[in-house]
Design a protein around this ligand. Structure first.
Ligand code: PEP
Ligand code: MG
Length: 762
């Protein structure tokens, strides 16, 4: 059964569109279960009914014609209860509703299972049989398992279909305000046109684009094809003496595929039809891969991998020859990617970037953190978005609610336009706070520092009135390069940060790679990267990388002496001892070399539960403590910060997280050590008030949110913030705490710091 299940899922996942998906499902399930009928009913949001969308066994004329409301028939009951119903004789069930024209009167036994995606019932999968019998447990288990696996594919195909059919014959939009749900990753609203950014040599992420210059497009395809032919010939020649006959034959297969007129001709035909070479190539390769995968013969089905490989090679040549993606950026561009990476943000022209959307990732992925610091409205984890079809489309990015609207109506544009205007007015109001300190109404002064990473962050931070850098994510510049930077290169970029802020303190974190922060030239492939080789674990295993970085930091600070060094992802005392030993050694070496190096304050980040319980011990060993609440939340709640499926469970205001934050501040203060926090909770006005009340000495926030946090602090007394903390400490539920903070901000007259009212529509 498992084999059949896998095969069906594989075939369905490569189907071209929703109709093909459903046709495959009904025919394969009917065959696999040897039933007389298999049908799929899908929910239609407009009519609010479950419509028969595909069938094997019922009257095909009824497809698209018959439907049931949620309170009609056994199908409606399956949907309503969201659980399987298995009946020996459906017609004798009280909920039975006879569907005329389907010819179902001859079938008695009925098994219906709901198709559920992200807690929503998308439809019902039904099998029926003539004789009166209950389907047995293994049949029921098979259908339930299959339905659970297919739900995501059906949802995605459905979403793709909606986008495709939204232009009428005159290219006028038919369906407007198509809404896609994701995770709110950076607040704000953006209206603009989509630019899809693909990953290099990744066929799956290539978007469709209109051909602008047909001749050029055809020529670049011909050149790419020839280049790959040549490449394969050369590799075959070079390896000829070392390969067996069988292995050599593989190269012949490759060459035959490339010479095969069919493949090239198909791509050329699609280019003529209007899709650019890269998009046409993707379509053709996908179709061939689908065809090969479906073949029973294992040798032939294996050939799908070869086709894919050839496709990627041709794509690499097309991408090398084609224009750099960056030149394609229109004004108000909405950058959309399958997986938005910090490197993409570094490459995009910031003045043209209005919004960001990512199919994968979540609100605390590093790309999202950078987006917040740049102040670019962002939605992540829009898992059902058919992004490849959206290049050039007008969209609205609602970064407050994590929504994307494709093809917005005038009415929607006006509603969001009003929010944009309010945001501008708010920014002007906050700008007036620039030279004022973050001081409460009863005179308590809380320093506000800033988190940096991108080159532009320094200017942005100074503009917003930052009083120091609490976290410089040194890995960000490492990520937009092709090899590790040298000591001299690092020194130059660190010097810029130190000089710009001197004499104010600059806290540089040693390289924190791993997790969702990959270096293209230092790949780490792990099953469970968040629990793997990350942060200090890597740098202690590679002292040569660590030493070069620390030396560069120390040299950059000569004469300025405003450097602080911070260690990420620390779990054990010996890691701190080891890292400190190396920092001391770097200082000694540099002094020997004649540099006037001052030993900098060294601190640790509290990011994992083990560190929470050793906070006091760490505080004794170092000069300062800084809490990385983004990771701490992930590890305390066991919720991957990058996974959109569990984004709803990532709760910075979870009572357990707040308790830990409270505890750390107290423990550090017992040792009279300075304690700051640089996680995103500090950048939320409500969170900032709680942290101030807990006694955090410094909040380090993203530059974009700094004025909002300052505004919150200036709007309350320390007394009031402490009162709020007392109230929140009694609560057990993250959402209740969140709501309480919003209400408190309103009560303090800080309504403007809560989210604006967003237009509601289905
Ligand atoms: C954190 O984990 O809170 C933090 C500040 O570090 P990063 O977000 O870079 O992991
Ligand atoms: Mg962290």
């Amino acid at each position: 059964m498992l084999k059949i299940l896998r095969k069906i899922v594989q075939e369905v996942s490569t189907a071209a569109d929703l109709d093909a998906v459903l046709t495959i499902i009904v025919s394969r399930v009917q065959r696999a279960m040897a039933t007389h009928v298999c049908s799929v009913f899908l929910f239609d949001a407009v009519t609010q009914r479950y419509v028969l969308r595909a069938t094997q066994g019922l009257n095909p004329q009824a497809v698209g014609q018959v439907s049931l409301a949620e309170n009609e028939g056994v199908v409606g009951l399956v949907a309503k209860r969201a659980e399987p119903i298995n009946l020996q004789d459906a017609s004798s069930h009280p909920a039975f509703y006879f569907l005329d024209t389907t010819g179902e009167e001859q079938f008695h036994s009925f098994l219906g299972v709901p198709i559920i995606h992200q807690r929503r019932v998308l439809g019902v999968l039904v099998v029926q049989q003539q004789e009166k019998r209950r389907f047995d447990e293994s049949e029921e288990a098979f259908l339930v398992t299959l339905s659970a696996q297919l739900a995501g594919i059906i949802a995605h195909a459905h979403a793709t279909g909606s986008v495709q059919t939204q232009l009428d014959a005159n290219q006028r939009p038919v369906q407007q305000d198509l809404r896609y749900e994701g995770v709110a990753a950076a607040p704000g609203v953006a209206i603009g046109r989509v630019v899809v950014m693909s990953l290099p040599a990744d066929l799956d992420t290539v978007p469709d684009k209109e051909v602008k210059d047909l001749a050029a497009e055809l020529e670049s395809f011909a050149k790419a094809l020839e280049a790959v032919r040549e490449e394969v010939r050369q590799v075959a020649d070079n390896l000829a003496s070392r390969l067996s006959k069988d292995e050599q034959a593989l190269f012949d297969v490759y060459l035959r595929m490339l010479d095969d007129q069919a493949l090239a001709q198909e791509v050329i035909a699609r280019i003529h039809a209007g899709n650019w070479a890269q998009g046409s190539l993707r379509e053709v390769i996908d179709e061939h891969v689908r065809a090969f995968t479906a073949m029973e013969d294992p040798y032939l089905s294996e050939r799908a991998t070869d086709i894919r490989d050839l496709g990627s090679r041709i794509l690499s040549h097309l991408q090398e020859a084609g224009p750099a993606q960056i030149t394609d950026f229109p004004d108000h561009a909405i950058l959309l990617a399958d997986e938005l990476t910090p490197a993409m943000l570094g490459l995009a022209p910031e003045n043209k970037l209005a919004g960001l959307v990512s199919v994968s990732g979540s609100g605390n992925s590093h790309a999202a953190i950078l987006a917040r610091s740049m102040g670019i409205p962002t939605v992540m984890g829009v898992v059902d978005l058919p992004y490849r079809r959206l290049n050039g489309r007008e969209v609205v990015v609602d970064g407050y609610n994590g929504r994307l609207y494709v093809n917005p109506s005038d009415e929607l544009l006006q509603a969001y336009g009003r929010i944009l205007n309010d945001e501008k007015a708010m920014a002007t109001e906050l700008q007036a706070l620039h030279d004022l300190p973050a001081i409460t109404t009863d005179g308590y002064r809380l320093p506000l520092w800033v988190n940096t990473g991108l080159a532009a962050d320094v200017a942005r931070s100074l503009e917003r009135g930052a009083e120091g850098i609490g976290l410089y994510r040194t890995e960000i510049p490492f990520m937009i390069r092709e090899s590790f930077p040298s000591e001299q290169e690092q020194l130059e970029s660190y010097r810029k940060q130190l000089e710009a802020f001197a004499p104010l303190p600059v806290t540089m974190r040693t390289l924190d790679i791993g997790g969702d922060k990959a270096l293209p030239y230092f790949p780490i492939d792990e099953e469970n990267p968040s629990l793997g080789w990350r942060g200090i674990r890597i740098t202690l295993d590679h002292p040569e990388i660590f030493m070069v970085q620390v030396r560069a930091m120390l040299r950059a600070s000569v004469g300025l002496n405003n450097l602080r060094i911070m260690l990420p992802m620390v779990t054990s005392v010996h890691e701190v001892e080891e890292a400190k030993r190396q920092i001391d050694r770097a200082c000694a070496e540099l002094r020997e070399e004649g540099y006037d190096v001052h030993a900098p304050p060294v601190g640790v980040m509290i990011e994992v539960p083990a560190a929470v319980y050793q906070a006091r011990r760490f505080a004794r060993m170092v000069d300062f403590i800084s809490v990385g609440s983004n990771d701490l939340t992930q590890y305390l709640l066991a919720v991957d910060r990058n996974n959109p499926r569990v984004a709803g469970l990532y709760a910075p205001y979870h009572p357990a997280v707040l308790k830990a934050l409270d505890f750390i501040a107290h423990e550090a203060h017992k040792e009279r050590k300075h304690v700051s926090i640089c996680g995103e909770i500090a950048a939320d006005p409500g969170g900032a008030l709680l942290l101030m009340a807990m006694g955090y000495d410094v909040l380090s926030v993203n530059a974009n949110n700094l004025p909002r946090v300052k505004c919150a602090i200036r709007g309350v007394s320390l007394e009031e913030a402490r009162h709020l903390l007392l109230k929140v400490r009694m609560m057990h539920d993250a959402e209740e705490i969140h709501q309480t903070l919003r209400q408190a901000l309103r009560a303090f007259g800080l309504n403007q710091l809560t989210r604006p009212a967003i237009p509601e529509r289905e």
